[in-house]
Ligand binder design. Structure first.
Ligand SMILES: *Cc1c(COP(=O)(O)O)cnc(C)c1O
Length: 406
């Protein structure tokens, strides 16, 4: 086989389909969020980022930066080992305590990322609990799909958010068979929120454990900011809550929170936790400061929701076809990969607005979209600019305004 030819051919196919990924080369600017420098075609331009997962701007927060600099100066760059072999720094311990308290659980465990937290936890529990059967929502994130797959436990995929289908599939097993229901709270591509309480009721009825990915909710929902399970008053009925420190918390890292024994089990048997260098102390310090700040500032969450609601209203008035979302995420449906990429290019080159096109395989073909994430730091003036730009690009490219949302 000619390997180089094979790679080139497959990449050419991606380009033909409009699915070839081009990264925006950005330089974020402390103090100017959500604006950033964009390096493109040998030039540097200022752009406004509208697709940031730093949902509340915490990645630029003065207190977070100060605690990271402080930890860097006192504890150095890297952790110096795996958690077991000299790599547990006091900041990791403090952060795990804070996360456990945040989710009202007996313990919490840090991972390199949210991806690794999902993959490792699901792999470990699926593989190590004898006879375990996994029940995974059809729209679960790739990190959960991979965790389920690599556990090699028997798996069942239930229809997205459909707790009747879940009930039907669980009913095929005796109550005594170990089971786990795996799902998310906020699904970030459509922005919909799962009926957590209903799903928990079904799981309890069948004596199944529950694993909830709150990656797109931690910091943003609930009075204390720990997620939708808290907001809905059901977090104490969830066995494992998984979150990230890379989105609303603004740094990097992932975690699970659960009972002391469950967390100790994953700590003791999870290969993706055991066999890797722990997070830099400064990262843990920054995340700790950020989580404490988020807990103490519910007004950020109120403002965040207001910004999203305002943008949805304004887009609806303009006839821009948004997918009706129950969360802070505003997905705009384009429905064609090439057109979606062109719209994104036009927004960037003509208007200095950066919204990444979301194409296959992240979403199904024919549902390509621009996914907008307004933050509390996007001003009314930023929103005027965005609406003007969308109206212009939509009419110039002749993108249909009345594509049915879902
Ligand atoms: C981003 C994401 C993850 C992975 O989290 P990282 O910390 O970015 O690795 C897991 N689950 C969902 C639903 C996500 O969107």
């Amino acid at each position: 086989m000619n390997y180089e030819d094979y790679f080139a051919k497959r990449l050419a196919d991606l380009r033909d389909d409009g699915n070839y990924r081009v990264f925006a080369d950005l330089e974020r600017q402390v103090g100017s969020f959500p604006k950033a420098k964009n390096y493109r075609d040998g030039r540097v331009e200022e752009v406004t980022i509208w697709c940031n997962n730093d949902y509340l701007g915490m990645g630029m927060h003065t207190d977070v930066l100060a605690s990271m600099k402080d930890a860097l100066d006192t504890s150095g760059a890297g952790a110096g080992g795996t958690r077991n072999i000299s790599g547990t720094n006091h900041y990791h311990v403090l952060l795990e305590q804070e996360l456990a308290s945040w989710h009202n659980k007996g313990g919490a465990l840090l991972f390199t990322s949210g991806y690794v937290a999902n993959m490792t936890t699901l792999m470990t529990l699926g593989a190590k609990i004898p006879g375990m059967v996994l029940f995974s929502d059809a729209k679960n994130h790739n990190s959960m799909i991979e965790g389920v797959r690599h556990s090699r436990a028997p798996k069942h995929v239930w229809k997205h958010n459909d707790y009747d289908d879940l009930h039907k599939q669980l009913s095929e097993y005796d109550r005594s068979v170990p089971k786990m229901v795996v799902f998310e709270s906020v699904y970030s591509m459509d922005g919909d929120i799962s009926p957590i309480e209903k799903i928990v009721e079904v799981a309890e009825h069948h004596n199944a454990m529950t694993f909830l990915d709150e990656v797109h909710a931690v910091g943003m929902y609930g009075a204390d900011g720990s997620g939708v399970a808290e907001r809905d008053g059901v977090r104490d009925r969830i066995d494992i809550i998984q979150g990230t420190l890379g989105k609303a918390v603004g740094v990097i890292g992932g975690y699970i929170a659960g009972s002391a024994n469950l967390v100790d089990f994953v700590r003791s048997f999870g290969n993706g936790f055991i066999f890797t260098t722990s997070l830099p102390p400064a990262v843990a310090a920054g995340a700790l400061t950020s989580v404490r700040h988020l807990r103490a500032h519910p007004e950020l969450r109120t403002l965040h929701q207001e910004r999203a609601a305002t943008l949805k209203r304004r887009f609806t008035q303009l006839g821009i076809p948004i997918i009706n979302s129950a969360s802070h995420i505003v997905p705009v449906l384009v429905g064609d990969a090439t057109l979606c990429k062109r719209a994104s290019d036009e927004l960037l080159t003509t208007h200095g607005i950066y919204v990444q096109p979301i194409n296959y395989p992240t979403v199904a073909k024919g549902t390509e979209r621009l996914r907008i994430t307004p933050t509390p730091l996007h001003t009314d003036a930023d929103m005027d600019h965005l609406c003007h730009a969308f109206a212009d690009v939509w009419s110039r490219l002749g993108i249909q305004k009345a594509i049915a949302a879902e």
